[in-house]
Design a binder for this molecule. Structure first.
Ligand SMILES: [Fe+2]
Ligand SMILES: [Fe+2]
Length: 180
């Protein structure tokens, strides 16, 4: 597999999560009951999978490699700004969740920030996938693609965490509130 394909695979998993987030915020707005631990799981996947695994693959390896060819600089810079934006949304979700856990009624802000996050994801990933296309066909060499992919795979702790996160997505997709 190439580095680009492996990022596309990440996006496939993230799209599964996106569907869960959409169902979750809609149910919250409708006043339906969602087990608190499930919302915490969503938050965990956002922090662990998106923020610490997928973004770091993009920010620490893939984007720098593309930029080193002096290509797509402006586009990539704006994607990085969007990552920062999404980190702020994720932080807000965490803050309101922990207040909710302490007994304050934080249903509305949690629903609102989840909604913002899902809108961000849709827009960000489609822009990014256009960059992947260009980078793959015009910029990156086969060797670089392979090298980066090996680099992604070589960190065992990350691969393990990734599998755990995918299991959490499997779990959430089977929850009665998600199916109903
Ligand atoms: Fe990204
Ligand atoms: Fe991405």
């Amino acid at each position: 597999m190439s580095a680009t394909d492996s990022l596309r695979e990440d996006h496939k998993q993230i799209r599964r999560l996106e569907k869960i987030i959409i169902k979750c915020y809609k149910d919250l707005y409708d006043g339906k009951n969602i087990p608190f631990e499930d919302i915490e799981k969503i938050n965990l996947i956002i922090l662990e999978f998106l923020d610490s695994i997928h973004y770091s693959r993009e920010e620490d390896s893939y984007f720098p490699c593309v930029i080193s060819y002096d290509h797509l600089k402006k586009e990539i810079r704006s994607l990085m700004v969007e990552h920062e934006f999404s980190r702020r949304i994720a932080k807000n979700i965490s803050i309101h969740l922990s207040r909710w856990k302490k007994g304050e009624n934080e249903r509305e802000p949690v629903a609102r920030f989840l909604k913002t996050y899902s809108i961000y994801l849709l827009d960000h990933m489609s822009k990014e996938e256009q960059i992947f296309e260009k980078a793959e066909s015009e910029i990156l060499s086969k060797e670089e693609e392979m090298e980066m992919f090996e680099q992604f795979r070589s960190v065992v702790a990350i691969t393990t965490k990734m599998h755990l996160m995918i299991k959490e997505i499997d779990y959430l997709e089977k929850c009665p509130w998600f199916i109903s």
